[in-house]
Design a protein around this ligand. Structure first.
Ligand code: ATP
Ligand code: MG
Length: 447
């Protein structure tokens, strides 16, 4: 049943939400988020950490920019008792924005609440996200509210979820029999139709569906491209391609969940996760003016010490792969970071905590006839120009030498230049191969 919409006022209101952080298998209150709203407009927000949370040695910083603990927890004292505000230029904290729905999740919530397009205030969107939102955060209206909302649906409902997602994509109402899309469809961000599903072992997957107006079999091509990236040595999560009727579905394993065998059964641990939009303290409209080198610089400042080298090299590899396959949707939300606890020292404090690059996701080649191609993010000295020469131009900022960056390019090119053979071996049909072919480039135009 659709819930009735609250009446939205034309005077300023404050909404308080308890922010929960998942730590070693269960949710703990981390502090209080206050959102200021005027009707549909967000005016600002602040966040106050709870004392118990700040005092605990195994607590995780909520936001890496404006609520950061510092590498050895040395900033915790500055956060104590404060009404901390987001980074300059942001109305809500980056980490909160990442845990809120994006275009697709908003459409599902609007369908559930019978609301018009973008017709709800941020506090309402935030509260209606499914319980399996990315990372380790959750938002509650009261402390008595102990269980998170449902956020995943059984894999056996996939066929019905596709039907429901298709109806939402077309702006059609959802019948009662398909209402579990409201649980499964709001947990994750992004534009495309997707749901969170649980397999028979309770393991969570993100299932990405076809969308109205696709000219290609997007789930099939995205799956094949991710497998290609894996064969080229990039860090790719487990991915499966399912076929439901005549539709393809890409299933990617959630990398922000870990499964730990406890005495009373399997425990699910959540890892805090934020986008690089948040890591760089940016607003959405600043994304296009940012570049890979800035992400690499940030890795040097914020990654656990033993990850700096490997994460920077992996980032360079991803940029090169995106150039070779013309993935120009490589915006800052499509690069994420997972929080790592670092090492527990003798006094029980966790030192060298940090943010490490997440596995790869959302890589889709774009067929194009243009000779000069550009990525979304800046690549090198020639801005966003998608060439290998441009990628090489700033290799030092990725901690790479001329030789080591050339070796990464070589390793990736050896696989990508044979993409057609790989795609055939993955079972991609000839029609899809010819439709996607203009996305893949020849080395002579890449230089
Ligand atoms: N394997 C995964 N594990 C955990 N979170 C994931 C995973 N894959 C994607 N996500 C999260 O879900 C969000 C949406 O996924 P994705 O980027 O693939 O969707 P999309 O709709 O294609 O996005 P876009 O709007 O950028 O085209 C990502 O921004 C990321 O936060
Ligand atoms: Mg995306």
């Amino acid at each position: 049943m659709a819930t009735k919409l609250k009446h939205h006022t034309d005077y300023e209101q404050e909404f308080e939400l308890i922010v929960m952080m998942h730590k070693t298998g269960r949710f703990t209150p981390a502090g209080m988020l206050t959102l200021r709203e005027l009707g549909l407009e967000t005016l600002g927000s602040h966040f106050q950490y709870g004392m118990n949370y700040l005092n605990a040695k195994d607590s995780v910083e909520l936001d890496p920019v404006s609520l950061a603990f510092g590498i050895d927890g040395d900033n915790k004292k500055n956060l104590r008792g404060n009404k901390n505000v987001p980074a300059p230029g942001l109305l809500v904290f980056g980490a909160v924005r990442d845990a809120a729905p994006d275009a697709w999740g908003r459409r599902v919530i609007e369908s559930r609440l019978s609301a018009p397009l973008n017709g709800l205030p941020e506090s309402t969107y935030l509260r209606h996200v499914g319980g399996e939102r990315i990372g380790a955060l959750d938002f509650r209206e009261s402390l008595d509210d102990t269980t998170p909302a449902k956020g995943a649906v059984s894999i056996h409902r996939l066929q019905y979820l596709i039907e429901a997602a298709d109806r939402i994509d077309q702006g059609l109402p959802i019948p009662t029999s398909l209402e579990d899309i409201f649980d499964a469809g709001t947990s994750l961000g992004g534009m495309r139709p997707k749901v969170t599903i649980a397999d028979d072992d309770g393991v969570l997957w993100l299932a990405k569906f076809p969308s109205q107006g696709d000219r290609l079999n997007v789930p099939m091509i995205e799956t094949a491209t991710m497998w290609l990236a894996k064969d080229a040595g990039l860090d790719v999560p487990e991915i499966k391609l399912a076929t439901i009727g005549d539709q393809s579905v890409m299933m990617i394993k959630r990398f922000d969940r870990r499964y730990v065998q406890a005495s009373d059964g399997m425990q699910v641990h959540r890892t805090h996760m934020v986008s690089s939009l948040t890591m760089l303290g940016c607003s959405e409209d600043q994304s296009r003016s940012k570049n890979y080198v800035e992400i690499a610089d940030m890795i040097r400042g914020k990654a656990p010490i033993d990850k700096v080298k490997s994460d920077s090299a992996e980032l360079f590899g991803r940029m090169v792969f995106n150039i070779m396959v013309s993935n120009d949707d490589d915006h800052l939300r499509n690069h994420a970071f997972l929080h790592s606890m670092g090492k527990e020292s003798k006094d029980g404090e966790f030192r060298e905590q940090g943010w490490q690059l997440s596995p790869l996701y959302d890589v889709m080649p774009r067929p194009s006839i243009g000779t000069d191609r550009y990525l979304h993010l800046g690549v090198g000295m020639q801005g966003r120009l998608a060439t290998i020469g441009n990628a090489m131009s700033m290799h030092g900022r990725f901690g790479l030498t001329q030789a080591s960056s050339a070796a990464i390019i070589d390793r990736i090119w050896t696989v990508v230049r044979e993409w057609e053979t790989y795609f055939e071996s993955y079972g991609v049909d000839g029609k899809q191969i010819s439709l996607i072919s203009p996305a893949f480039r020849h080395m002579d135009v890449l230089r």
